[in-house]
Design a protein around this ligand. Structure first.
Ligand SMILES: [Zn+2]
Length: 334
């Protein structure tokens, strides 16, 4: 598949993908467009101690853009549309498309090689504009494909934590943002913004300096009517503990399991507070990290949380009407 993808021009792959998509939307990435790939940047390539080193001109504080903490979703009974959350199968990586009405947000863009596939997937969803692009943190498996996405679509605002890296991936990401005349918006915990009739609330990061780059991950709660989704990036137990200590309402119907199901995330106290009905694990088949770990799977199983896994069933699509959530994908195994 890798050879095929290299030899075939992306336009042909995209058209082929569209044909396949028309017949079988949720399975689009299974085996042809994006396949599991084991690639996670080494921790030393990314640091977070000096916020936005060398990128100061590219940073602005969010407070001038924030719609404040008062933005609220309409009552479930008033909602006429749907909130659609696509956990795109990008292998051992994250890329999540959130759609409400004509508004769209992309949280992470997979690895570098996933960029064209994510772009193609967005085009298939008839996306021409992304109101928000969120790079949860600086690792390649989250921001790798975002330069391609930013270069390809109209983009409103780009959220990125106060973290920097020396990698070519990070530099490409920054360059794409700058070339578009955009800048990073730093997440401020508690701030909210609207995505159509949905409300997004920044939950983390709560600290300013972390040893583990994953803990810089932007965590967002998306609320639509009575339903909610918690998107956690690769936040680890440290960030989870801070979130719990903060005392915000983090209960959610759907938890995007942190760090691809690593045992160092989804700590029991955090899971108890979120208390999800469903969990989605974005993970590559046969990855080198042993993700998702049995410990995390057991924690979810013991709470009776139904799980969905991109390694088992490809792209996972959840649809909320503000009252109920349905999945267009088969459940996964523990
Ligand atoms: Zn990751």
């Amino acid at each position: 598949m890798r050879l095929l993808r290299r030899r075939w021009p992306m336009a042909i792959i995209c058209i082929l993908g569209l044909i396949i998509f028309l017949g079988n939307a949720p399975g689009i990435f299974e085996g042809n467009m994006i396949k599991g790939k084991v690639n996670e940047n080494t921790a030393q390539a990314v640091s977070g101690t000096k916020a936005y080193d060398g990128q100061a001109d590219n940073v602005k504080n969010q407070s001038d853009n924030s719609q404040g903490t008062t933005a609220a979703s309409p009552a479930a009974s008033d909602l006429k549309g749907e909130l659609k959350v696509h956990f795109i199968d990008v292998g051992q990586a994250d890329s999540i498309l959130v759609q409400q009405g004509n508004a769209a947000m992309l949280v992470d863009g997979g690895n570098n090689e996933d960029g064209p596939g994510v772009k193609c997937y967005l085009e298939q969803q008839k996306i021409t504009q992304l109101d928000y692009v969120v790079g949860t943190h600086a690792h390649e498996d989250h921001i790798g494909g975002l330069d391609t996405v930013i270069n390809s679509f109209k983009v409103g605002k780009v959220y990125f934590p106060k973290q920097t890296a020396t990698t070519a991936t990070y530099k490409d990401f920054v360059k794409a943002v700058k070339n578009k005349g955009l800048s990073f918006t730093a997440p401020v915990v508690g701030d909210t913004f609207k995505l159509g009739d949905a409300t997004c609330t920044i939950i983390a990061p709560n600290g300013t300096s972390y040893e583990d780059p994953n803990d810089y991950s932007i965590v967002i709660k998306v609320t639509y009517g009575n339903n909610s989704f918690l998107l956690t990036g690769d936040a680890e137990a440290k960030s989870e503990a801070e979130i719990v200590a903060k005392g915000m309402n983090i209960s959610a119907d759907v938890l995007k399991v942190g760090h691809h199901g690593s045992k160092s995330s989804t700590s029991q106290s955090f899971l108890d507070k979120v208390n999800p009905r469903y969990a989605v694990i974005s993970v590559g088949k046969g990855n080198d990290y042993g993700h998702p770990t049995q410990e995390t799977l057991n924690r979810l199983k013991n709470k009776g949380v139904k799980i969905y896994r991109t390694d088992e069933n490809g792209t996972v699509i959840a649809v909320s009407n503000g009252r109920d959530i349905s999945f267009k994908t088969q459940p996964g195994t523990y």
